[in-house]
Design a protein around this ligand. Structure first.
Ligand SMILES: [Zn+2]
Ligand SMILES: [Zn+2]
Length: 84
């Protein structure tokens, strides 16, 4: 599968993008730990999608990622260098 998405980062320029929940984005900004969960990395996938403990709890309840859980988590694309 070669559908890597790219994002234009203000700091790093054009980079591979990864999906994270809005709380992870907040954590990156303020350094407050909110838990960190990742999807199983598929072969060759360097940056699996990640989300926080709160979203993990929501996911357990919902059973899977769908439009509703993704909307609640506020899933966004971020640059892989920022993610690291
Ligand atoms: Zn979250
Ligand atoms: Zn970046």
């Amino acid at each position: 599968m070669d559908d890597s998405q790219y994002v234009e980062c203000g700091i790093h320029g054009r980079r591979v993008a990864t999906y994270v929940c809005q709380h992870i984005v907040q954590t990156l900004r303020d350094g407050q730990p909110r838990g960190f969960w990742s999807a199983e990395a598929e072969a060759g996938e360097l940056y699996p999608d990640s989300w926080c403990s709160e979203c993990e709890a929501m996911l357990q309840e919902a059973g899977e990622w769908n439009d509703e859980t993704e909307a609640k988590a506020g899933v966004t694309l971020i640059c892989s260098a920022c993610y690291e």
